[in-house]
Design a binder for this molecule. Structure first.
Ligand SMILES: Cc1cc2nc3c(=O)[nH]c(=O)nc-3n(C[C@H](O)[C@H](O)[C@H](O)COP(=O)(O)OP(=O)(O)OC[C@H]3O[C@@H](n4cnc5c(N)ncnc54)[C@H](O)[C@@H]3O)c2cc1C
Length: 474
């Protein structure tokens, strides 16, 4: 083994002697993976194929002690450091070029305590890992809609999905977190300990340290939920979306309806003549009593003349993975997102114009339906400020061929500009692509100043900067 050349925080490089790497290896339960070594590619390859970075070394952690040793090395040697859990973030900050990668993807334990209805979750666990363990006891906490996403990044950004309107954001269900801070100390953050850090972790992303364990509240949720898709021709979408807007406004907390507009995938229940044609899909989930759910989805089912309606009881863990086949890793992806307090006619028109000009068969416009319990928490109660958002639009731009990069990115940006006049001005940090660093302050709005002060307290040198970065401010 030779000495390593590693990028520093100041974007220069320095040499790390092989003895230092050997000493690190000796301290770990996990491993160090250098380029070409076992586990190196598994750690550095992430969901978005647009991101292809090569760290100088990867620490594949198996526990908090490994994380402490990795952070110590980064801090003592002033190394550029990235933190990876599920590797799903669109911006690709989970991996750095030439620096030290702290890989948490092997730390996957989920322990549910059914008596206290709580769970302890390690950062490498995916949403599927968490749901499967919790549902073994008929329990759940709100998570996202793609089961291969990491619990860690999702939680630190805020986290919402099918049960958010009923049970709040993922962070609203966080009880505590164990954090390795920039000075390589292990601290607990909760309502009782390090309250400022706990406030900041709930939406402030990976800015404040490396979380090695999350403790969550769980809620009773039957293993079957009324859920499924209703598929319509796109030509009726204008009327459908204005009717949807009204239904969404009046929906009980248990009912969540997301909209997806795209070319129809070859779903087995769709007649083949519709495959590849533009469609509007309502994806609905009722997190509660099945009979009440039937009543709640009636108005949605009565809209227009659908091509297919497959709303019925489904296993919750299956529904949580329903969109997985459309969101597999390995494609090129670029996202643009806005929050909306309501869906104005102008926003609907701009979205429909974009769906009529999709640049690739896998591109789609998603409209998430939030609010409910999420909106009943004060904007200053956690770092996540966007409690007024009722709809979150995300342009999921997705393609395979590098030659299409500029056309696809341009499509998303155009949709973003066209919908901006109707949007709330805020954005969910977890939906921000890598070129939106100038939008971070806006994303946090009135909470940014406090976040910057807490960042200064816990990470004054900005060691953790591979994220939607909050600059330390006194
Ligand atoms: C297909 C798809 C669907 C999605 N759907 C939803 C959805 O329905 N709802 C929703 O809320 N979000 C959704 N997201 C967004 C998702 O929440 C973010 O991408 C999130 O960052 C993923 O977490 P991860 O652990 O997989 O990410 P990673 O890429 O591993 O990490 C993202 C960033 O978080 C920080 N980080 C990660 N782990 C830690 C840690 N342990 N300690 C400190 N910092 C850490 C780092 O800064 C890192 O760069 C979706 C993403 C994808 C790709």
């Amino acid at each position: 083994m030779t000495d390593l050349t590693v990028r520093t925080l100041e974007a220069s490089t320095k040499t790390i002697p092989q003895d230092t790497v050997a000493a690190l290896r000796g301290k770990l339960r996990g491993t160090v993976a250098l380029p070409g070594e076992n586990g190196y590619d598994a750690a550095r390859i992430i969901w978005n194929a647009m991101v292809d970075r090569r760290p100088a070394l990867v620490v594949r952690c198996l526990g908090t002690a490994d994380v402490v040793n990795a952070v110590k090395l980064a801090r003592d040697e002033n190394l550029l450091v990235a933190v990876r859990s599920g590797g799903h973030n669109i911006a690709g900050n989970a991996v750095c070029e030439g620096g030290l990668l702290i890989d948490l993807s092997l730390m996957k334990s989920v322990r549910v305590d059914p008596a206290s209805r709580t769970a302890r979750v390690e950062p490498g666990a995916t949403l599927a890992d968490f749901d499967k363990e919790a549902q073994a006891f008929g329990l759940a906490t709100p998570l996202g809609i793609n089961s291969t996403t990491g619990v860690a990044g999702l939680t630190l950004g805020g986290g919402f999905g099918w049960t958010t309107r009923k049970f709040g954001l993922t962070i609203d269900n966080l009880i505590s977190a164990d954090v390795v801070t920039a000075d390589a100390k292990v601290v607990r953050a909760s309502e009782k300990e390090n309250q400022d850090l706990f406030w900041a972790l709930r939406g402030g992303g990976g800015n404040f340290g490396v979380v090695t364990s999350f403790e969550f509240n769980l809620h009773p949720l039957d293993p079957e939920v009324l859920s499924g898709l209703i598929v319509h021709p796109l030509e009726n979408a204008g009327q459908l979306l204005s009717d949807f807007r009204q239904i969404a406004r009046e929906a009980p907390d248990e009912l969540t309806i997301w909209v997806v507009m795209r070319k129809a995938p070859p779903l087995p229940f769709l007649p083949t003549e519709w495959h590849g044609k533009e469609v509007l899909i309502f994806a609905a989930c009722y997190s509660g009593d099945m009979k009440e759910g039937e009543k709640a989805v009636k108005a949605l089912r009565a809209l227009g003349r659908p091509i297919a309606d497959v709303i019925s009881p489904h296993p919750f863990t299956g529904w949580q993975a329903a969109f997985d086949p459309l969101l597999t890793p390995g494609a090129r992806n670029y996202w643009k997102s806005h929050d909306f307090t309501d869906l104005s006619d102008g926003a609907i028109k701009a979205m429909l114009d974009a769906v009529r000009a999709l640049p690739s068969p896998e591109c789609e416009v998603f409209i998430a339906h939030v609010g409910g319990a999420m909106a009943r928490v004060a904007a200053k109660a956690t770092a996540w400020p966007n409690r007024d958002a009722h709809f979150i639009m995300n342009a999921h731009t997705r393609w395979r061929d590098k030659a299409q990069d500029s056309a696809c990115v341009a499509w998303a940006r155009q949709l973003f500009e066209a919908t901006a006049p109707f949007a709330a001005g805020s954005v969910y940090v977890n939906f921000m692509p890598g070129d939106e660093n100038d939008r971070v302050e806006k994303a946090y709005g009135a909470n940014y100043r406090r976040l910057a002060e807490i960042k200064h307290r816990y990470d004054p040198d900005n060691l953790f900067r591979m994220n939607q970065n909050i600059r330390p401010t006194k």
